[in-house]
Design a binder for this molecule. Structure first.
Ligand code: CA
Length: 256
């Protein structure tokens, strides 16, 4: 009886420890800097290339791809995405910018310098967020599944299901490859999840509650969306749909 009780206690302890080890860390980022952001931009994609900020926006009739001056928030170059397409996430590979649409099952490839459309591609289902890990384009579609696409053919290489405490995470939205991990906004929340690209396990949640601009606080459409990483400097930027502000953030653990 005693041996059985001890065995159960050992089992319970190990399960508890396993559960604790899985629980994601909750991180409240520090704000390093604030910059103006176009409050009419329904942000769906955000990334940095060679220190320059690029953004894709959504809504039918307002969708666009744009290059934005980081300091002023002014749009320096843009191309409109014609109706009925609702623009979504974007990512850059070399001289090409790939951009998704929400429900058209069609994406676009733009010349990164001229913003001329040079090609298009198709994919099944919805398109939400897009990022590049150096090998694959990673696509979110609002489900817990992240699709890893071969950028040469835009065919599916493999997919990963994202879990938090063992449960599927839905509504994965804008994506960013940061230092070997995938960061993803969760639609209609104030949280970014940090995902292990191999296992899909969320190891941390970045809580943006403290930086929601007062101008949009409480607005259901103006949710946090948009993460950009400057791979050369390590700087991380976040914003939201219709937010008047773009923030450079830093995780406390990264303090020197
Ligand atoms: Ca991004």
């Amino acid at each position: 009886m005693l041996a059985r009780s001890i065995a159960l206690l050992v089992l319970w302890t190990s399960l508890t420890l396993a559960a604790c080890a899985q629980a994601p860390e909750i991180i409240r980022p520090d704000v390093v800097a604030r910059y103006p952001h176009d409050a009419n931009a329904f942000t769906q994609g955000l990334f940095i290339h060679d220190g320059e900020l690029f953004e894709s926006t959504g809504r039918v009739g307002q969708s666009s791809l744009r290059r934005v001056d980081l300091e002023t928030g002014l749009v320096e170059q843009s191309v409109a995405i014609d109706p009925p397409v609702f623009g979504e996430g974007s990512a850059r590979i070399g001289d090409a910018i790939f951009m998704l649409s929400w429900v058209s099952e069609r994406g676009f490839i733009f010349d990164a310098e001229t913003f001329e459309q040079v090609d298009s591609f198709t994919y099944p289902g919805e398109g939400w967020g897009l990022t590049f890990d150096g090998t694959h384009l990673i696509l979110s579609d609002g489900t817990p599944e992240l699709r890893f696409l071969d950028p040469g053919t835009m065919t599916l290489d493999h997919s990963v299901n994202v879990t938090l405490n063992g449960r599927p995470v839905r509504r994965l939205n804008e994506l960013e490859w940061i230092d070997g991990m995938i960061w993803a906004n969760i639609w209609e929340t104030r949280s970014i999840v940090r995902i292990d690209p191999q296992t899909g396990v969320v190891d941390a949640m970045i809580d943006l509650s403290a930086i929601i601009p007062p101008e949009v606080d409480g607005r259901r459409d103006a949710v946090a969306n948009g993460i950009a990483w400057n791979a050369e400097t390590g700087q991380i930027y976040v914003t939201g749909k219709l937010w008047p502000t773009l923030f450079e953030i830093r995780l406390p653990e990264a303090r020197e």
